[in-house]
Every structure is written in C-alpha cells, then in structure tokens.
Design a protein around this ligand. Structure first.
Ligand code: NPG
Length: 367
C-alpha cells in the first residue's frame, strides 16, 4: 500500500467538565488526528498526546514535529503495511504515541480497503465490552459521592477514582460507606507516591479495591515489586509499561498482577496485542486504558478490549462522559456496555461538520 498524503488535523475538543488527576487539570482535549490517504481511501488514527508533557514525556506539539520531520518522510511514497511500518521508524527512539497514531491510520486504511473490521483483525471474541468510568479528583467528598452516584445510575460497571497524597484513604472510605463493598472500585495514583508511603497506602487494603494503579514512579518497576509484597491490594501498572518487553520485565519482577494496556502509550494496537498475549499467557489480568479519546480512538480501544485476555472493564466510557458532542457517531452506554464497531477498519469516521467545528487547522504532508 502506498500512502499518497498525510493530513494532520489539529483539534481542540472542549471537555464537559474539568478533569483533574494527580498531575494536571484538563479543560479541553488538545491533540491531532492523523489521516492517511491511499488510493483515495482515508484511514484515521488519533494521537493521544496531551497539550503538556505531564503524563508522559510526549506532548502534542512534539508529536506534530516528530510526525512532520521524521515519520512522514519515512512513510510517504513507500510501499507500507501496518504490520511492518514500525520497522521503518525504528531509528527514531520513543515517541510511541505519535507512532501509534500513524500506524493506526495505516492499519485503518488497509482494513477499509479489504472490508475487514479492526476487531476481527485483532481477534475479538465479543461484540460489546463492559464500560468503566474514571473519576477525577474532586474538591470535596460530597461532590465525589454525587458524581459517582450519577455514574452508577447511568450503569457504569466499574468506578475508578484518581488519588494523590491528601486525597486517597478518605475518599475510598467515604465511597465504601455510601455504596457498600459491592461497588467495583479501583484507584489510580498516576505515580504520585514513593515506597516510603507504603505504610500509608497499606490502609487501602481494608477496602476491597480491584487494584491500585501506578502508585510509584514510571521507572520504579522493581520498587513496585517491593510494594506488591507489602500490600494485598493488587498492583496494576500503566505508565511503567511502554512495550511488550517492559511488560515481560514487570511480570518477571512480580511488579504487577494486572496491566493497564493503552495502545498509544505502547506504540500502537499491534504492540498492545502483544502485551495482551503476554499477560494472558502469564495469568496477569488486563484492561484497556483510556486517554480521553474521541470516538475514533474509542472505537479502536473497544475493538482491542474485545480480545479474550481483557479480564476487567476498561476506561471505555460513553462519548458523553467527556464530550457534549463527539466528532463521530457517539458511543452510548447500553446496560453498562459499549458496542464494538463491526464496520471496516475502525468502523466509525469523523462527521465532517463536527470535525470542522473543533479543528484549529490542518497540515497536509506529501512525499
Ligand atoms: O476514560 O478516557 C478516559 C480517561 C481515563 O483516567 C483516565 N486516563 O492516567 O489513565 C490515566 C488517565 C489519563 C488521562 C492519562 C489523560 C493521561 C491523560
């Protein structure tokens, strides 16, 4: 397949409400959508970088530069396949989110040309996936309880709350008191603690959490193994797992018993599937993470999460969790589940007027 041109759509999607984590508060989703055109067929990939490099070292302006200066010149006019394109970019270290976006766009175009869905291609075994929701840090416990109540009533099958020092044990205790032990609940620290906090974090053990996600720094894989010996709440890694290799290491070091698989963080859906396979072979639980994707990224994540090794509900909520208007047909919650698209490729595409309304500008790259 020859890529004739690449369009980078710079979009700013306003969030319905600010989203606060231990590292930042976001009020809009600022990123780029990558469109490749091959033989008149468009393929789409969503770049999950954020405006600022606070979650990972990648950020949107950097991804644009990388795409323009390094990835596009190695890709345009060349005979490419989604399965081998990563090798063309091997010399470029890191930048997995940017690479994932372009690889996904190529894969989408390839699948659209052959009429095959991403879910089928990846090996999906179900046609809908259970939907979890991620709740940001709130100003007060009553506000947290109200918002969780809303999501429980909407039908979300699992609640994840963001935690940080000063907002951890109390909110969990309050949720257990209000909703009981039956509420499937997990917490996400986004690297906000050190091993010196182990005694404090151990207090979470009495609340029957599904898991604690990424308590320590990204490169503290060995120390996560130490922490896992000190607490009974299962440790799940997110930021630390950037490839199938790091997933294998984390498993060998007993640093996680559950893995959050985010395709953007690991360089694309093909590497994400390799991590899925490793987790499944080692009896490690897995779920699909989210990065506030529009319908494009959400569609692809739903396809991935439909693989049999995804044993826990993912952060794949309905479009209206974050956006008043999505840029594709919106994903809706149906009895706590999100439907896996069955059409060719991602199975959804941007609706031109909706995309135009959130597009700041478009760069066209040609060979
Ligand atoms: O449902 O898309 C979603 C958001 C899930 O909380 C979520 N993502 O750390 O996992 C995370 C977090 C995140 C959001 C990370 C934005 C980076 C940027």
């Amino acid at each position: 397949m020859k890529i004739d041109l690449i369009r980078l759509h710079h979009v700013k999607l306003p969030l319905k409400a600010p989203f606060t984590t231990s590292f930042a508060t976001q009020t809009e989703r600022d990123t780029m959508l990558v469109e490749v055109v091959s033989d008149g067929v468009s393929g789409w990939g969503e770049c999950v970088t954020m405006e600022h490099p606070y979650y990972s070292s990648e950020y949107s302006a950097g991804a644009v530069a990388l795409m323009t200066e390094y990835l596009a010149p190695r890709t345009l006019g060349v005979d490419v396949q989604a399965e081998s394109v990563a090798a063309l970019w091997e010399k470029v270290v890191g930048h997995r989110m940017a690479k994932a976006a372009l690889e996904t766009a190529i894969l989408d175009a390839q699948l659209r040309q052959t009429g095959r869905s991403l879910a089928h291609y990846l090996g999906a075994t179900v046609d809908r996936v259970p939907s979890g929701v991620s709740v940001g840090i709130q100003d007060s416990i009553p506000e947290l309880i109200d918002i969780v109540e809303e999501f429980v009533e909407a039908g979300y099958v699992r609640i994840k709350i963001k935690i940080k020092p000063g907002w951890d044990i109390e909110p969990v205790r309050a949720l257990r008191e209000r909703f009981g032990v039956g509420l499937p609940l997990q917490v996400d620290a986004n690297s906000a603690y050190t091993l010196a906090d182990a005694g404090h974090l151990r207090q979470l053990d009495e609340y029957g959490l599904i898991l604690i996600e990424q308590p320590l720094y990204e490169d503290d894989i060995r120390l996560h193994g130490r922490l896992a010996e000190m607490m009974s709440t299962p440790i799940c890694l997110d930021e630390s797992i950037v490839s199938a290799r790091s997933a294998a290491d984390a498993i060998a070091l007993r640093a996680m018993s559950i893995v959050n698989i985010k395709p953007g963080r690991v360089g694309g859906y093909l590497e994400a599937r390799r991590i899925h396979d490793i987790a499944q072979a080692n009896g490690i639980g897995a779920w699909c993470g989210g990065m506030l994707e529009s319908g494009l990224g959400r569609a692809a994540n739903a396809a991935l999460a439909a693989l049999p090794g995804f044993t826990l509900p993912g952060d794949i909520s309905a479009s209206d969790r974050f956006y008043a208007r999505d840029i594709t047909e919106p994903f809706v919650l149906e009895d706590g589940y999100i439907r896996v698209p069955t059409g060719p490729g991602l199975g959804v595409e941007p609706i031109p007027e909706l995309l135009a309304a959130v597009t700041a500008h478009v760069d066209t790259l040609v060979g």
